[in-house]
Design a protein around this ligand. Structure first.
Ligand SMILES: [Zn+2]
Length: 483
């Protein structure tokens, strides 16, 4: 059910040309409304275009617009704005527009919903320009976004749902996947409030098995393993084997991987749960438990995280508080990190091994660095004065990655430190982050029972390739996925 229109390639001032555009697009709209009436629950899927994306850099003011520079390849084609009214109210507006057009005046107070999919070469500013939205709206959304920094992660393919009323942005929704969206909603005249939704979805487990003819990743991908998962496995097993020396032709592998589905559609989220590799007749294996990987003896593969990403002692000036509200506006402004008061120029250290995924200058968060430690763990360091690493760089625990500062909107120099597990912020001072080197006691018992299940499934799956071996929802198997 895809409705696409390429009418609005003209971009700027598009709103003003609406009456003509609408006349031309009316048959499409009528058709879409008909479909929407039949499938009222499917409205968001009725508004799809294809495309690639956008990664925001430091916002720059140009005239009355904010320009967010993007690190992107050259655009392959023009952005396509899809004008698909998604409910009855919008349909009424279309008719009102028609009349207005006949009479020759533009309807200024129309309320509409726009769906747009981020294309390669897009800027957020450009999208706002197309909709003729004021600069102040973008600033207010950026402000609400300080707690999530989701706008810095807009890539091609991310879907925007934009609600405009009275030439003002009323709501902006970013849909990253069927399971993950972030919404910014206007609250009277006080600014925007955000809400982040992650659906647990249904996780189905697959067994991917095979024999190595060329290399583990080539052969596993041929059997249906995602490239990203193959890379992760190689990285995890590198501690245990040398892929160029220890692997022989005819060695075999068994991988259990879970994939997330919403309404039977894959969301793209996956989790490698168990891997067994016969490397030159000696098996190596890793198993996922409690957010990290262990060998069959319950020994953790990850190194411990540091509790504090700096040397010495620094006073906590503001605690993690997901329920914080703005004292004046009353808007929800969660504090998703811990603030440490420190002199500008203090060395900031990577809390664990990982890869730098962002070095961004944000109007409110200031200069910040994000490090991805695994598919599950991410840390962020805000209000820096200087980054000592670049995007894509591999860093190790304790490595100096930045100097603290007071960039962005702050009342004084400090470090804002965030720890995220599966995308959700947790209190870095109290969270159970993987620090155990060896499982013991109750967790060892849990691990051993899970290990038994993994091994049974891998044994069962051995003869067939890519067989789905089990199906479960996230809540019914907490042991494998919980923190
Ligand atoms: Zn803070």
């Amino acid at each position: 059910m895809k409705i696409v229109s390429s009418l609005s390639r003209r971009g700027i001032g598009f709103i003003k040309q609406l009456p003509i555009a609408y006349r031309a697009v009316l048959p499409i709209i009528s058709f879409s409304l008909l479909i929407l009436l039949v499938y009222p629950g499917e409205e968001s899927r009725a508004t799809i275009v294809s495309g690639k994306g956008l990664a925001a850099g430091e916002p720059v003011i140009e005239g009355d617009r904010v320009v967010i520079p993007l690190e992107l390849p050259e655009p392959e084609d023009d952005g396509i704005l899809v004008d698909t009214p998604i409910d009855g109210a919008a349909a009424a507006d279309v008719r009102a527009d028609e009349k207005a057009d006949v009479k020759g005046d533009a309807a200024a107070d129309e309320s509409r919903m726009w769906a747009y999919e981020i294309q390669s070469g897009d800027t957020l500013t450009g999208v706002f320009q197309k909709l003729n939205l004021p600069l102040s709206d973008l600033y207010q959304v950026l402000e609400a976004d300080e707690a999530v920094l989701a706008l810095d992660n807009i890539k091609p393919g991310v879907k925007l749902l934009i609600d405009v009323d009275n030439e003002q942005l009323q709501a902006l929704e970013l849909k990253f996947s069927p399971a993950h969206k972030v919404t910014y909603k206007r609250k009277q005249d006080a600014g925007f409030e955000f809400a982040e939704t992650r659906l647990p979805g249904e996780w189905k487990q697959y067994a991917i098995t095979g024999e190595i003819g060329r290399s583990f990743s080539v052969d596993a991908e041929a059997q249906g393993l995602d490239v990203r998962d193959a890379y992760q496995i190689t990285r995890l097993l590198k501690e245990k084997i040398n892929f160029s020396r220890d692997i022989r032709k005819g060695d075999s592998f068994e991988v259990l991987v879970s994939r997330q589905f919403i309404d039977d559609e894959p969301t793209g989220e996956t989790q490698v749960e168990a891997v067994r590799l016969m490397a030159n007749r000696s098996p190596v294996a890793i198993f996922y438990y409690d957010g990290t990987y262990y060998d069959e003896k319950g020994r953790s593969l990850s190194k411990a995280f540091m509790r504090y990403p700096f040397n010495g002692k620094h006073r906590v000036s503001s605690n993690f508080n997901p329920n914080r509200h703005h004292p004046v506006t009353g808007l929800s402004r969660p504090h998703n990190g811990t603030d440490f008061a420190m002199r500008t120029g203090t060395g900031i250290l990577a809390a664990g091994d990982g890869v730098v995924t962002r070095v961004v200058n944000h109007k409110y968060a200031g200069l910040y660095v994000e490090v991805k430690h695994s598919e599950r763990y991410t840390t962020r360091y805000l209000h820096l004065s200087k980054a000592l690493v670049h995007k894509g760089q591999r860093v190790s625990r304790g490595q100096k990655i930045a100097l603290s500062g007071s960039s962005g909107r702050v009342t004084g120099p400090h470090l804002h430190y965030e720890f995220r597990i599966a995308g959700r912020p947790v209190n870095a001072m109290t969270a159970e982050i993987p620090i155990a080197k060896h499982l013991e006691g109750k967790s060892r018992k849990e691990f051993d029972s899970l290990l038994g299940q993994y091994l049974t499934r891998m044994d069962e799956a051995r003869p067939a390739d890519g067989v789905m071996v089990s199906q479960r929802s996230e809540n019914t198997n907490k042991s494998a996925r919980s923190l």
